[in-house]
Write a protein that binds this ligand. Structure first.
Ligand SMILES: [Zn+2]
Length: 509
């Protein structure tokens, strides 16, 4: 499920009412308290610390303060409960343990009293709340208790915010467990809770990026120190996953945003799984834009400037679903057509304004199952903006050599990755590289629209026939395989399967 469903959803104070049997204390939700709960504090602090200099740390902290970061607990985490008494039997504390809602200034009652007692047991003084230690805790979460919580959090290396949620209750429970553990020797001593966060820092950063909103992604893309920190911290494959989040752009009109996003990220991560230097250049220079299944590519910048113009092979750009390496500012964009990601029908139509078809809406056709437009177009952008000059030279040489050979054997269907001379891969060095990318990734199913030859697909063909280019693909894609793209027989969204694609209805751009 897409985590965004849990993120950024405006919550009113009444949202949790159904879950609370204990009455909410008056004033427990203050004005300006949107209920946008902070991240689990320890992994976040860990992340900030590992991502380098204090400037970065401050930038991340300010993002968090601005509530740009709202990673919720995972479903698995929410299923965890407080298990140690006296905390476990308090429903309000169980809710606070799920951060829904956390206990903070203004709260009152038995749950607050339990927290206060936990602070006292850990040696945090609360003289006002206990009438100088002569009375049991008063159960009022006022300034003294907030200050006591801060002292406790600081002592146990938690995020210091004076609010009681998952982390603070976890630490309180751990202490209670130690106090009630049987003396050593009698039974197996209780192991203290591990201090390690449930996710590694790298995994945690990726989780945050996957659920981040546009504003946060914009801020992080522009934060060189943050990107340096990620690159140093992560494995190449993890860095590729993170980079995918930073390179993907999703317009609001996408019909199945969660499914399309998941598939686009899967594909991009595969193509960014290798050499981190290439991946870093992709973050800085390359974007993939999902084109909604009911919209034209030319409805969106940077492709809108192509509207009404013709492609090299005489089509109208408006009808083309796959477009790559298209500049806008300093960036190169490629399309990720929603229908090709999900295997659903393309319902967008193009209505020519002149010619014999003027005024008649034209359907745009469909690619064969197992052929990915997204990998092809993203490969164009990587080729244009992220590979090195040496890489480009190697690819140019391989293409020229192949062109020469094809002159002597024009009917050899093993000549090009798409078949004989004249096939799509033979038309330019860019298509040569993009189609070899598809074959390497396993997304080159189907037949060539011009020659009718079956396209070659899979790493073995590429390795045997284009070893020089294979070396580059191996370095950049690191062995990635992208299974099951454009699943028209089993669409990833929308129910009904698409109609049979018309023969040769669409081809790559
Ligand atoms: Zn192309």
């Amino acid at each position: 499920m897409d985590r965004r469903q849990n993120v950024g959803r405006p919550r009113s104070p009444s949202d949790n009412r159904g879950r609370l049997r204990t009455p909410r204390a008056r004033g427990s939700v203050r004005r300006g308290d949107t209920g946008a709960y902070p991240l689990p504090s320890r992994p976040w602090r860990h992340m900030a610390g590992m991502l380098g200099n204090r400037g970065t740390q401050r930038a991340i902290e300010s993002l968090r303060r601005d509530r740009l970061l709202r990673a919720p607990l995972s479903p698995e985490e929410r299923e965890e409960n407080l298990t140690a008494e006296p905390y476990a039997s308090s429903e309000q504390l169980q809710n606070a343990y799920d951060n829904a809602p956390m206990l903070r200034t203004g709260a009152s009652g038995e749950a607050v009293a339990l927290v206060q007692q936990g602070l006292l047991d850990d040696g945090v003084p609360l003289p006002l709340s206990t009438t100088q230690g002569t009375q049991p805790p008063d159960g009022l979460f006022g300034p003294e208790t907030a200050q006591g919580v801060r002292a406790f959090q600081d002592r146990h290396d938690l995020l210091v915010d004076g609010i009681v949620g998952r982390e603070t209750l976890g630490a309180l429970q751990e202490l209670a467990g130690r106090r009630t553990a049987p003396p050593s020797g009698e039974t197996t001593p209780t192991e203290p809770e591990p201090e390690i966060p449930p996710l590694s820092t790298a995994e945690y950063v990726i989780q945050v990026l996957r659920s981040a909103d546009t504003r946060m992604l914009d801020a992080l893309r522009a934060d060189g120190a943050f990107l340096d920190g990620m690159q140093a911290l992560m494995s190449p494959a993890q860095f590729g996953e993170a980079a995918a989040c930073l390179c993907l752009v999703i317009p609001g009109e996408v019909q199945h945003p969660a499914e399309a996003k998941a598939e686009a990220l899967r594909i991009m991560a595969a193509q960014l799984a290798g050499d981190p230097a290439t991946t870093r250049r992709a973050i800085d220079r390359v974007r993939g834009l999902i084109i909604p299944a009911n919209r034209l590519s030319t409805d969106y910048p940077p492709f809108s400037s192509l509207a009404g113009t013709a492609t090299a092979d005489g089509r109208t750009w408006d009808t083309v679903r796959g477009i790559g390496n298209t500049p806008l500012g300093d960036l190169r964009y490629s399309t990720f057509p929603e229908e090709n990601l999900l295997g659903i029908p393309c319902t967008a139509t193009y209505t020519p304004t002149s010619g014999p078809q003027a005024g008649i809406p034209q359907a745009l056709g469909q690619y064969p199952e197992g052929y990915s437009v997204a990998t092809h177009e993203f490969a164009h952008s990587l080729h244009g903006a992220a590979l090195t000059d040496d890489d480009s030279e190697t690819i140019d040489d391989a293409y020229e050599e192949r062109k020469d050979e094809a002159e002597d054997a024009p009917t050899d269907t093993d000549m090009w990755v798409d078949g004989r001379e004249g096939c799509y891969a033979s038309t330019s060095v860019a298509e040569f590289y993009a189609q070899l990318s598809n074959a390497y990734l396993g997304t080159n199913a189907g037949t060539d629209a011009v020659t009718g030859d079956t396209r070659h697909n899979g790493k073995p063909w590429v390795r045997a026939h284009e070893p020089e280019v294979y070396g580059i693909l191996e370095r950049v894609y690191a062995g990635s395989q992208v299974e099951g793209t454009n699943p028209v027989s089993a669409p990833l969204a929308g129910g009904a399967a698409a109609p049979e694609p018309a023969e040769g209805a669409a081809t790559a751009a």
